[in-house]
Design a protein around this ligand. Structure first.
Ligand code: COA
Length: 158
């Protein structure tokens, strides 16, 4: 299979994202985890911080790279000649938004496609915002995120 990228805001990366990355890197020749900007969200971490946490937590997979873009996904895809994006689907509630993003991206570049992997059932209700909220209120997040992410959350809210 050719190279693909996995875009998201990853603010911060969770075990749910890592599960998708682990599976995607067995399907594609190379996976670029791409930290991108979701203008509807107010980020907790800077893109550089999120990139660094993803680098640390994906180091064990040789086919995984990490990058950041401030621009449109489709521009990144064209510039890097990558025609496939991978996205995780959690529940039916994700579908509408994902459907609209996938179609919009394909309207902008007809050769472009999005491949969806179903999130594993244990991560079905996990989200970065829930993790941020629990950490902010002093709760334990070790079951949702790797140790280095947990540490960064503690520093942020400490
Ligand atoms: N397991 C558990 N949770 C998961 C998950 C999984 N497998 N996959 C995603 N999630 C959660 C995330 O934690 C996140 O939670 P949050 O909403 O509480 O933050 C949510 O699902 C989705 O986040 P994520 O996949 O990290 O990013 P996103 O949906 O915010 O990403 C972009 C959207 C960045 C891809 C999109 O805004 C984009 O393409 N931006 C670039 C600009 C552009 O091209 N715009 C036009 C798009 S058509």
């Amino acid at each position: 299979m050719e190279a693909a990228f996995y875009p998201g805001s990853f603010d911060p990366i969770t075990y749910g994202h890592l599960n998708i990355i682990e599976r995607a890197q067995t399907i594609f020749s190379r996976i670029t985890v791409l930290v991108a900007v979701n203008t509807f969200k107010k980020p907790l971490f800077s893109p550089q911080e999120n990139v660094e946490m993803i680098r640390q937590t994906t180091r064990r997979w040789s086919r995984v790279e990490v990058d950041f873009t401030e621009g449109l996904l489709i521009e990144y895809a064209r510039e890097n000649n990558i025609r496939t994006a991978v996205r995780g689907l959690r529940a039916v509630t994700d579908f509408e938004n994902e459907f609209s993003m996938a179609l919009t991206n394909r309207n902008m570049w007809s050769e472009f496609d999005t491949v969806f992997l179903m999130t594993s059932s244990e991560y079905m209700y996990l989200s970065s915002s829930v993790v941020r909220q629990i950490a902010q209120m002093g709760g334990e997040v070790g079951q949702f995120v790797p140790a280095c992410v947990e540490q960064k959350l503690k520093e942020k809210f400490g």
